[in-house]
Design a protein around this ligand. Structure first.
Ligand code: CP
Length: 313
């Protein structure tokens, strides 16, 4: 059996193909625990997980909390607004004080790119990046890969179209790294103003035409327009954006008959995706959410050095 040696989960680029395969395989096994009448195993009894979220979150925070509890770890939630950060305490001081209470894992979401990397160097607890600024969201990419693999049987050889606000999306960056590492091809689509210069560095192709992105795609990942990170006007109006880059049933007609529709959430319904597509037969958006728990259970298990087989607990 492969051994997981990483202390921290900071970004997809620091994970090998074997690491990702091990995480996805472990998540597959963890998923079964959530189907049981009693959704709890003692695997991480005695371990402590701190969830430190400086930015709002529904899916990531809740699924980490559920994941910790299903494995019998103690989880403690802290938000930016209720921590001593509001009194001026720095991130590093906060981390050192949390460390003094001997947590095993700190899950951090932070508006600044690189914040989890700073923490990882400063403390001995494992750090899991739950989203840092516009940089990375590795656990989202892992759950996205798991979801596609479950539906298609493989990631290798698939064509993944990622459409929307690429410029402000940490999900796009992590998804590009993950899917390409696992043998898929990725095409990115956005208005020129929301497409970062040099993004081809990731090995992706780029188009500004949504029909070109959709054509032949096995998976269409729609991204949220991140209004909270946009300091100016990147398109003339939401109506114009929706008309050109929003996914609706009309545009979906040119897609493959077995295309999968994904979205990391939260959704701006009617802006980047129409409700009939988001809730339609091709959508696997809620499967992504379900898999978020399994992937985060796997990560908590692996970074804490779990060696026991979760099935036998
Ligand atoms: N996908 C995602 O990160 O959602 P939340 O912001 O709700 O955690």
């Amino acid at each position: 059996m492969l051994k997981f040696t990483k202390k921290d989960i900071l970004e997809i680029s620091s994970l090998s193909v074997d690491d990702i395969s091990l995480i996805l395989d472990t998540a597959e096994r963890m998923k079964e625990i959530s189907e049981r009448p009693v959704k709890k195993v003692p695997t991480l009894r005695g371990k402590t997980v701190v969830l430190y979220f400086y930015e709002p979150s529904t899916r990531t925070r809740t699924s980490f909390d559920i994941a910790a509890k299903r494995l019998s770890a103690d989880s403690i939630s802290l938000s930016g607004s209720t921590s001593s950060m509001v009194k001026g305490e720095t991130l590093l001081d906060t981390a050192r004080n949390l460390e003094a209470m001997k947590p095993d894992v700190i899950v951090l979401r932070h508006p600044s790119a690189g914040a989890p990397h700073i923490l990882a160097k400063a403390v001995s607890a494992s750090i899991i990046n739950a989203g840092d600024g516009m940089h990375a969201h590795p656990t989202q990419a892992l759950l996205d890969m798991l979801t596609v693999k479950q539906h298609k049987g493989t990631l290798s050889g698939l064509r993944i179209a990622i459409i929307g606000d690429i410029a402000h999306s940490r999900v796009a960056r992590s998804d590009c790294e993950g899917f390409i590492k696992m043998g898929a091809s990725v095409i990115l689509c956005a208005p020129p103003t929301l497409m970062p210069k040099g993004i081809e560095f990731y090995g992706v192709s780029v188009t500004f035409d949504i029909n070109e992105a959709i054509e032949g795609a096995d998976v269409i990942m729609m991204l949220r327009i991140q209004k909270e990170r946009q300091s100016g006007f990147f398109f003339p109006s939401e109506r114009e954006y929706s008309r050109r880059y929003g996914l609706n049933l009309e545009k979906l007609k040119s897609a493959r008959s077995d295309v999968l529709i994904m979205h990391p959430g939260p959704i701006n319904r009617g802006l980047e995706i129409s409700p009939d597509v988001a809730d339609g037969p091709h959508s696997i958006i809620l499967d992504q959410v379900t898999n978020g728990v399994a992937v985060r259970m796997a990560l908590l298990y692996l970074v804490t050095g779990g060696t026991r087989n979760a099935d036998s607990d």
